[in-house]
Design a protein around this ligand. Structure first.
Ligand SMILES: Cc1cc2nc3c(=O)[nH]c(=O)nc-3n(C[C@H](O)[C@H](O)[C@H](O)COP(=O)(O)O)c2cc1C
Length: 198
């Protein structure tokens, strides 16, 4: 597969909305890192559990933020795009992921940042994770992220799809995740082109 833009590497930050050991969402994220196309460097964000609860009093201009927040913001600033895999809890986003996204407001880190998701909600999910992804869409709108619609996809996974090494080994699922990433890569390359050459 050719580089996304010859000579350039697209940095994608991979975020799982689940803190559960054995998580299908985290497995999809690990798998995405494995199958990322040439020209894409994929980094897994591992700090969600360390983030403090968002409090505007702790996010004042000119005051240092909590180290975990600074780390999150640094990762987002370095990323050309973000890929999110999240479960649905009680009809919406997990609070921990919403908390992470609230911390992005203060520094505008997600402003126009390309963001895509893979919805891995399994066949048992009553609405297929639709409510979580509706709320994700809404929150991403508030933080002015640029949702990469053609790349957002659903790859249903069950818990037994997670192998001992914490990845997805099913060939078809891996292929669908790889295709998703190639689509994201194509979209990033398209956005990187000068507007007058489109
Ligand atoms: C407290 C709790 C609430 C949940 N609420 C919903 C829900 O509202 N809708 C849904 O489809 N699934 C719901 N689920 C199921 C999870 O979304 C599902 O188990 C998912 O696969 C978990 O992702 P993970 O494997 O990455 O941890 C809930 C699970 C838990 C533990």
């Amino acid at each position: 597969m050719p580089d996304i833009v010859p000579g350039l590497v697209a940095h994608v930050l991979l975020i799982s909305g689940s803190l559960r050991e054995g998580s299908t969402n985290s497995a999809a994220i690990r798998t995405a890192q494995q199958v990322a196309p040439a020209g894409m460097a994929a980094t897994i964000y591992t700090g969600m559990a360390s983030l403090p609860h968002f409090n505007p009093d702790d996010d004042r201009e000119d005051d240092p933020v909590h180290p975990a927040v600074a780390d999150l913001r640094g990762h987002i600033a370095e990323a050309d795009a973000i890929l999110i895999c999240t479960p649905e809890y009680a009809g919406a986003l997990p609070g921990s992921l919403k908390n992470l996204l609230e911390w992005t407001v203060g520094d505008g880190g997600t402003y126009r940042k390309p963001v895509a998701w893979i919805n891995v909600s399994g066949p048992a999910a009553p609405t297929g994770g639709a409510d979580a992804h509706d709320s994700l869409r809404k929150v991403l709108g508030y933080v002015h992220a640029d949702i990469v619609e053609p790349a957002c996809t659903r790859v249903p996974l069950t818990r037994d799809a997670v192998a001992d090494d914490g990845t997805i080994t099913d060939v078809a699922a891996r292929e669908r995740i790889a295709i998703m990433l190639s689509t994201l890569a194509d979209e990033l390359a398209r956005r990187a082109q000068p507007q007058d050459s489109l």
